[in-house]
Design a protein around this ligand. Structure first.
Ligand SMILES: CC(C)(COP(=O)(O)OP(=O)(O)OC[C@H]1O[C@@H](n2cnc3c(N)ncnc32)[C@H](O)[C@@H]1OP(=O)(O)O)[C@@H](O)C(=O)NCCC(=O)NCCS
Length: 191
């Protein structure tokens, strides 16, 4: 993966609707909810975030996320429950510039109070569709620590298969599972 692989059309994120969610651009007003998400011990454990992670890191995530949309034409959305307007978490596309980063990634993180409702899979499906239809990639990845069974299950439900397990340079502490979904499989509805 090189930055040259970021082929999306530059610009602001569109707002997408699924049956139960709105996927919308992040705003600075999401800082408090993002801080709560990134400060939650369960999220910190899953993502191996240091225990001090909080407001400054959430602000950084918002800024980097907005920048990815601007320069690459894809990124993460804020997830809102349609029926209540409440902030649920984040999901969408992501990429890094390390040479061993495997491709355009679909990722998700929900505040734990929203786990167990199918919202990550629902948002992930919209992100996958956006990756294939709007960004135009032929393959998507999801980079997941093998110990993260909940996230692996989301990937599996979306049709991703575990293609590889290897140590990536952005996180040398342990190997990641590299889950992959090819366009042809997605278009065939083969999940
Ligand atoms: C990874 C993560 C998003 C998964 O969340 P999740 O709630 O398990 O996943 P989904 O939203 O797809 O929900 C699936 C669950 O909802 C249940 N569910 C309940 N109602 C449902 C409905 N109407 N439709 C679909 N599923 C429903 C499913 O049966 C499933 O439950 P199960 O895990 O007991 O089988 C969450 O654990 C998380 O945010 N973790 C911290 C951040 C993280 O690890 N991110 C990934 C890094 S690689």
């Amino acid at each position: 993966m090189t930055v040259g692989c970021l082929t999306g059309v530059m610009g602001a994120p569109p707002t997408l609707h699924t049956a139960r969610l709105v996927l919308r651009p992040f705003a600075i007003s999401d800082l408090e909810a993002m801080t709560a998400l990134m400060s939650h011990p369960k999220v910190q454990t899953a993502l191996h975030l240091p225990a001090h992670t909080g407001g400054p890191e959430a602000f950084q995530a918002l800024v980097v996320g907005a920048g990815l949309w601007e320069i690459a034409g894809f990124g993460q959305w804020a997830l809102e429950e349609r029926s209540t307007g409440r902030f649920v978490g984040r999901a969408g596309l992501y990429a890094r510039a390390e040479p061993d980063w495997p491709g355009v990634e679909v990722g998700w993180a929900l505040d734990p109070s929203w786990w167990g409702r199918g919202y990550a899979t629902e948002a992930g499906e919209a992100a996958v569709r956006f990756g294939f239809d709007d960004v135009g990639v032929d393959s998507l990845v999801s980079v997941i620590l093998p110990e993260n069974e909940a996230s692996s299950a989301v990937a599996r439900r979306l049709g991703f298969v575990l293609a590889d397990e290897r140590t990536l340079s952005h996180f040398p502490a342990m190997p990641h599972g590299v889950w992959r979904l090819d366009r042809a499989k997605w278009e065939a509805g083969d999940r």
